[in-house]
Ligand binder design. Sequence first.
Ligand code: URA
Length: 210
Amino acid sequence: MTGEVHCIAHPLIQHKLSLMRRKETSTSNFRALLQEIAMLLGYEVTRDLPLENRTIETPLTTMEAPFLAGKKVVLISVLRAGSGLLDGMTKILPSARVGHVGMYRDHETLQPVEYYFRAPSDMADRQVIVVDPMLATGNSAAAAVTRVKQAGAGHVKFACLLAAPEGLEAFHAAHPDVSVFTAAIDERLNEKGYILPGLGDAGDRLFGTK
Ligand code: URA
């Protein structure tokens, strides 16, 4: 089974992503744009959430109206840049449960190192969406998903802003059952594991730490 990749080519997403890529884009604009794209990506990632009808009264009559069914969605943010996507996603999913995985990339080995994990205890019957803006080598993303599966998650999706082809391949080698939603698939990684053309270090640009 090879994993599905959904590249969301919506014009609004593409325009906002191009603004984010520009090196002169300020921290505040970068943050606002990421939040806006996260809302649009979230719309696609949640497209197949189940609905159930409930009886309601409108001012004029009674109707069977569709509501989200089942348990609340869980959003898992991969620290630290995941917070940027999380902010937008919680705007459209205000009741979502939220967990965090702390991963940093060892700059020598490019391997992920976990330093924090906290997630809802009952994830088995929930849709879990792991968010991290940059799917570069795929190592951190794969490790984060492995961790949430270990914690009980059974229905997992992964949402990012940019993906590298190498990262998608590595990610799906580890998790063929997890669909990836991304705003773009870039050309390749450079020798330091950055996505080209990319947008630089998403965490630094989001938090103004460079
Ligand atoms: N993480 C980033 O923030 N940017 C990249 O290009 C790759 C990984």
